[in-house]
Design a protein around this ligand. Structure first.
Ligand SMILES: [Zn+2]
Length: 267
């Protein structure tokens, strides 16, 4: 395999192209999704395999959230070639900061991988970026914790077809990795809990207001301090969040995640 057809971040074989006067290499990776990287950003991190893998984990999450298709630059400058931009540093800053955040975001990724809770999930042992892991040891740890918490269990067909007691079935994390698993009711309960709060664990308020610069003062000096600082609730204003889906879908998704909607009226 040559470097020309492998993903810059995770090293998987993928479709590679050039754009923006050949200064940006574009990738369509089965794990990281669709992204482009400017040659200067790529050179800056060429030898930092840990940073590249962590960024690949964040991209795997964005692919599942349908928030990929952006360009990585040495410095973020808004839009380039009609796509949002980011930096490797910003992706690294989005990597989970605590072990509990890592587990919560991994569980949310699992929920995004299935259309129905009865669908089986397979995590490739050599590529566990959706679980924010790099090595088999790290993957086994996450799977083991999920199993102990009752979030996941192995292929139920094994139990159905098993002639002796289900207790004799191999329940090791490696068995789940090799044979796949299902999200259990306890896992669904936790996913529901997480999707009702923001990524930082705080309750969220959706601020419905006019898209206009004249509203910035009202938001920055009135609404955000009152709801965010005084009440400890995360404020979400539509033009302040990253998205590349249709705006109506994003508004509906954010309202669903919010505990309440604050409406800012103006004359
Ligand atoms: Zn990749």
């Amino acid at each position: 395999m040559t470097q020309e057809n492998t993903c810059y971040l995770c090293g998987a074989e993928c479709e590679v192209g050039l754009m923006g006067n050949h200064r940006i290499t574009s990738y369509r990776c089965a794990y990281c999704g669709v992204y482009g990287i400017h040659r200067h950003a790529a050179i800056n991190h060429e030898r930092d395999e840990t940073a590249k893998w962590k960024a690949a984990c964040v991209l795997a999450e964005r692919r599942l959230q349908k928030l990929d298709n952006f360009i990585i630059l040495p410095e973020s400058v808004g839009e380039v070639l009609g796509r949002p931009t980011t930096t490797i540093e910003s992706l690294l800053a989005s990597y989970p900061k605590t072990p509990l955040e890592l587990l919560d975001r991994s569980l949310l990724n699992l929920s995004r991988m299935v259309k129905h809770p009865g669908n089986i999930i397979h995590i490739p042992e050599d590529h566990p970026t959706v679980l924010f892991s790099q090595t088999t040891e790290e993957l086994v740890y996450v799977i083991d914790q999920f199993q102990k918490l009752g979030y996941i269990d192995h292929d139920r067909n094994v139990i159905v077809n098993f002639t002796s007691e289900p207790a004799n079935v191999d329940r090791s994390p490696m068995y789940l990795i090799n044979n796949g698993f299902y999200i259990q009711a306890e896992g669904l309960r936790r996913i529901d809990e997480l999707t009702r709060t923001s990524a930082g664990g705080k309750p969220q308020a959706f601020v419905a207001m006019w898209f206009d610069k004249s509203m910035d003062d009202i938001y920055d000096n009135g609404i955000e301090p009152a709801i965010g600082t005084d009440c400890g609730v995360k404020c979400v204003r539509m033009d302040n969040i990253e998205h590349n889906n249709k705006i109506c879908d994003e508004i509906i998704a954010e309202i669903r995640k919010s505990s309440f909607v604050a409406r800012a009226a103006c004359q």
